[in-house]
Design a protein around this ligand. Structure first.
Ligand code: CMP
Length: 183
């Protein structure tokens, strides 16, 4: 029992140190660096498969530079998705994104195409029912929920998020990392 508590404290300290170190590095990233990075998330209802998903992400050629579980406040979710404010799905999206912790990921992939695009190619279509076979949204809606139709019936979203431009990578990673740094 004592050993368990000590281990927990040690791993929490390591995690905090890693977070601090990454936040320091992040401050010095240039716009060119952001071409090779993206901001990604595993959404609350897919977090249960986090370990498998991270392994899968790495096997698709991405390096996980930063990873942490984070409970989004309603304010952060509304701000993060502010471009969708007023759309029919907005309230449901906010509710879903605050229903449990997300996994925040900063991914890196060097290559011809910007990292955000490479990640979105791996994600597949926003609507998991339209995501091509083998894409992450297709694979994990099947694995976790028995297929996209069953998943959508549960009023779930689409397992993952990916920024849609280099500007969004910068905006989203700043927003969330600032929230983490301030806590
Ligand atoms: P994400 O990649 O996180 O970016 C915006 C999110 O809004 C998207 O994934 C979906 O979860 C959600 N979204 C976008 N369009 C729709 C839609 N037409 N119906 C329901 N949810 C949507």
């Amino acid at each position: 029992m004592i050993k368990y508590s000590q281990n927990t404290i040690t791993s929490l300290n390591i995690k905090l140190m890693e977070t601090k170190l990454f936040l320091e590095k992040f401050k010095n990233f240039s716009v060119q660096d952001f071409e090779h990075l993206t901001y990604a998330m595993i959404k609350p209802d897919a977090v249960v498969a986090k370990e498998e998903i991270i392994h899968d992400i790495e096997s698709r050629g991405f390096t996980v530079l930063f990873e942490t579980n984070r409970q989004f406040s309603e304010e952060l979710a509304r701000n993060f998705y502010s471009e969708h404010n007023g759309k029919s799905f907005f309230e449901g999206l906010v509710q879903q994104m605050t229903s449990g912790p997300v996994v925040v990921l900063i991914l890196q992939k060097m290559g011809e195409i910007p990292c955000f695009q490479a990640w979105r190619n791996e994600l597949g279509a926003t609507d998991p029912a339209k995501a091509a076979e083998g894409t992450l949204r297709n694979v994990y809606t099947h694995k976790l929920f028995g297929g996209p139709e069953a998943y959508l019936e549960r009023r779930a979203t689409n397992c993952f998020h990916g920024a849609d431009s280099v500007a969004s990578v910068i905006r989203e990673s700043n927003l969330v990392l600032y929230d983490i740094a301030m806590s």
